[in-house]
Design a protein. Structure first.
Length: 157
C-alpha cells in the first residue's frame, strides 16, 4: 500500500475553515454548532472499511474521556447520510458524521486529492484529524493517523 501524505495547507494557529452540511440524520451541521467547545474533526475515506472502522471505534471506546476533557467529536467523509446512519448503528458510534458528498469541506480543509493504491491512481480523502479549540483555531493537525490507537494519539497531544 502506498500512503500518500496529507496535502492540507492548514496548520496549528490557523482559523478552522467554516463548514456546513448535513449529518447522518440529514440535519444541518456546521462549525458554528461547536462554538465554545473543543472539536476533534476527523476526515476519513469511507464508512465500514477496516481502517475507518478501527479509527471510529477507537474514538468511540474513549468517548467518555473526550467528553470529560471538553471535546466534541465529528467525523467527515464523502459518504451519504444513509451510509453514515448504517455505520453509526452497526458500530454504536456516539458522535455525528458529516456527509460531504459535494467534497467542499474536504477541499476547504485540504484533505481531498490524488492518491495511489496498488499502482492505481484515484482521487480520495487523506485521513487527517484537526483539533480545533473553543475559539475556532486549529491547535493540532494529525496527518499520520494510527487508526487503531487514534484516541490515544489525540489525548496524548
Amino acid at each position: 500500500m502506498n500512503k500518500t501524505a496529507a496535502m492540507t495547507h492548514l496548520k496549528p494557529g490557523d482559523a478552522a475553515p467554516d463548514f456546513s452540511g448535513v449529518n447522518e440524520n440529514n440535519e444541518p451541521i456546521s462549525l458554528k454548532d461547536f462554538a465554545g467547545k473543543k472539536l476533534v474533526l476527523y476526515f476519513y475515506p469511507k464508512d465500514d472499511t477496516p481502517g475507518c472502522t478501527a479509527e471510529a471505534c477507537s474514538l468511540r471506546d474513549h468517548y467518555e474521556k473526550f467528553l470529560s476533557e471538553g471535546y466534541a467529536i465529528l467525523g467527515a467523509s464523502p459518504d451519504s447520510p444513509k451510509r453514515h446512519t448504517a455505520f453509526i448503528k452497526k458500530y454504536n458510534l456516539p458522535f455525528s458524521l458529516l456527509s460531504d458528498e459535494s467534497k467542499q469541506t474536504l477541499l476547504d480543509y485540504g484533505v481531498w486529492g490524488p492518491k495511489k493504491f496498488m499502482g492505481r491512481s484515484y482521487e480520495g480523502v487523506y485521513r487527517t484529524t484537526f483539533i480545533i479549540n473553543e475559539n475556532g483555531i486549529i491547535d493540532e493537525v494529525i496527518t499520520e493517523v494510527n487508526t487503531k490507537n487514534h484516541a490515544s494519539q489525540i489525548l496524548a497531544g
